[in-house]
Design a protein around this ligand. Structure first.
Ligand code: NAP
Length: 293
């Protein structure tokens, strides 16, 4: 069997096309969605991600602003910027590019973002809402994975799903979203003994670890849907995922490539969350106007 290649770029483009018309509709109501990105330090990968996010905003007609700070910027200055953005009516979504320098407390900064502008979905209020299935802003990468599975009509309900990795930004929310759709979910970590005993029986495997070649063909079931979240830069400069793509694609039913799979979807979901945040503001303003009319 040769797997269907899940094309994240194509699905992203379909979604972005729909978003452009929603952005235009908001424009007619006098509102332009705005995303603020805060970048502290000069991490090369972060610089690229931030540039891509700003470009993606422009691409769908949204406003974006990037605030770049040197690595030695104090935590207080970062918090001050977040406080200003919380109040800024042109900004509907705030994203703090991680990782932050060691002297800045990640948790403190993420908690400082008002939950209705937390388009990355990392504020504890939104994390809690995800657990109860009421989140407005599910984290972008796992939301992108769910969108790809749905687009390719991979059956989720009743499936055996294995998530490899338990980070707060990918593995844990991924597991919750699959569970919410009635998959039977197993989460594997670095402490899991004999990883393949779980992956071998999985209908859906999501690899979110950061180790090239972690998932090989002998570890999966024939026809499984294999989603590769990993992004690893090899010494020769090549970008690869966690899945041994060439051999796994010969056995899987569906597989995401790296690059061109989950990556583009992450940015598209950030746009989707920002658009949703702005539509919530527009609807709220409309309701307030009606109430006072
Ligand atoms: P992370 O915070 O480093 O978490 C990695 C997880 O993998 C941890 O839970 C760790 O377990 C687990 N792990 C490590 N070795 C393992 C092994 N041998 N078997 C099973 N589990 C193992 O990483 P992350 O932020 O979730 O990111 C994971 C990967 O996704 C990275 O390559 C990252 O670059 C990529 N990523 C891609 C996107 C995208 O848009 N495509 C977005 C975010 C991240 P413990 O908890 O036990 O240590």
């Amino acid at each position: 069997m040769t797997a269907t290649i899940i094309d994240g770029r194509a699905v992203s483009e379909i979604m972005r096309k729909k978003m452009r018309s929603r952005v235009e509709s908001l424009g007619l109501r006098g509102l332009r969605p705005g995303l603020a990105v805060v970048l502290v330090g000069d991490d090369a990968a972060s610089q690229i991600y931030v540039r891509n996010k700003a470009k993606a905003c422009e691409n769908v007609g949204m406003h974006s602003e990037v605030f770049r700070y040197p690595a030695e910027t104090s935590e207080a200055d970062v918090l001050q910027k977040i406080a200003e953005l919380n109040e800024d009516p042109r900004i509907h979504g705030i994203l703090v590019q991680l990782p932050l320098p060691a002297h800045v407390d990640n948790g403190k900064v993420l908690e400082a973002i008002v939950p209705h502008k937390d388009v990355d979905g990392f504020h504890k209020q939104n994390v809690g809402a995800l657990v109860t299935g009421e989140s407005n802003f599910p984290p972008c990468t796992p939301q992108g994975v769910m969108t790809l599975l749905d687009h390719y009509e991979v059956a989720i309900e009743g499936s055996n799903a294995v998530v490899i990795g338990r980070s707060n930004i990918v593995g844990k929310p991924m597991a919750l979203m699959l569970l919410a759709r009635s998959a039977t979910v197993t989460v594997c970590t670095s402490k899991t003994r004999n990883l393949s005993q779980f992956t071998e029986i999985a209908d859906i495997v999501v690899a979110a670890v950061g180790k090239p070649g972690l998932l090989t063909a002998d570890m999966i079931k024939e026809g499984a849907a294999v989603i590769d979240v990993g992004m690893n830069r090899l010494p020769n400069g090549k970008l690869v995922g966690d899945v041994a793509f060439d051999e796994v694609k010969e056995k899987a039913g569906y597989i995401t490539p790296v690059p061109g799979g989950v990556g583009p979807m992450t940015i598209t979901m950030l746009l989707a969350n920002t658009l949703k945040a702005s539509e919530m503001v527009a609807d709220g303003e409309q309701a307030a106007r009606r109430a006072t009319a």
